[in-house]
Design a protein around this ligand. Structure first.
Ligand SMILES: [Zn+2]
Ligand SMILES: [Zn+2]
Length: 280
């Protein structure tokens, strides 16, 4: 299994020289499986380039798109996703439980003529919405489990397992919210336990988090602490704050390395880099 980062940024796209190393596009990941199939996680602005690549390669249909939630930075690339305009493509959009109820409406509404020149109903692809009511879903030999995140408006994270290897994707998640706890720390530890790769929201520093509690995001050190306690192999910091330039991300990584060193752990810690692919 491999994961490719098409968008790593949180909240809003941030192109420019100060973000060129870690990337400026918002959330979009492609997970490639051993059997040649793939799923897409989120449809932030990074999905535009992925769509171009899919159009150039054969076998892009069906497209399996899992959405964590419907905030702008996770859906705004969808109107620019070229396969959605292709009559030969079938797209399955998956939503877990509560999040599903708003997905169709929001994806459709963001393409109303007030906001966008092409109407959702005029897209040529066969687009289906799939509601996942249980805690797990299978595509071929791949198992996808979900967990509710602590995030305003609800969001879900995923654990994706193929041939005994696991990837956990938890973006837009406040690990220790002050109130309204949906999922608490021990449940996140269980969900991530023994994962080979954990990609986690690391939007804030601990200092920034002091004034942003309840906004639905975590600090980089909280992400590392989760990786340490859950015994994951590699922790990838994700959803970089739009005000975080590349040098600041480097400093955050040093902070994480010190934490891991203090814990005498061998957890590897990286920051997500747009266009990079990691083997799992
Ligand atoms: Zn976000
Ligand atoms: Zn969000």
């Amino acid at each position: 299994m491999k994961v490719k980062f098409w968008g790593t940024r949180g909240s809003i796209a941030t192109p420019g020289p100060s973000t060129i190393r870690y990337g400026g596009n918002t959330t979009c990941l492609e997970v490639l499986f051993e059997d040649g199939s793939r799923i897409i996680l989120d449809a932030g602005t990074g999905i535009r380039k992925l769509g171009q690549e899919l159009m150039e390669t054969s076998g892009q249909s069906p497209v399996h798109l899992f959405l964590t939630h419907a905030h702008w930075d996770h859906i705004q690339g969808f109107p620019f996703f070229a396969p959605a305009y292709d009559r030969k493509t079938r797209i399955c959009v998956y939503g877990f439980q509560q999040a599903y109820d708003r997905l169709r409406e929001i994806l459709t509404n963001q393409m109303e003529s007030k906001f966008f020149p092409v109407n959702f109903n005029d897209l040529n692809a066969d687009i289906q919405f799939v509601k996942i009511t249980g805690e797990a879903y299978s595509i071929g030999a791949t198992k996808i489990q979900a967990i509710a995140c602590n995030h305003p408006g609800t969001a879900h994270g995923f654990r994706i397992t193929e041939n005994g290897r696991s990837l956990v994707f938890l973006t837009d998640n406040e690990l220790r919210p002050p109130t309204d706890v949906i999922t608490d720390w021990p449940d996140f530890v269980d969900f991530c336990s023994g994962a080979d790769l954990l990609i986690h929201d690391a939007m804030y520093t601990d200092k920034e988090l002091e004034t942003r509690q309840g906004w639905g995001h975590s600090s980089h050190l909280q992400a590392v602490d989760l990786a340490l306690e859950a015994g994951v192999g590699t922790c990838v910091l994700f959803h970089h704050d739009p005000d975080r330039d590349d040098d600041m991300v480097d400093a955050i990584l040093q902070d994480c390395a010190a934490r891991i060193n203090n814990a005498k752990s061998s957890v590897r810690c990286l920051a997500a880099v747009e266009d990079d692919t990691l083997d799992i």
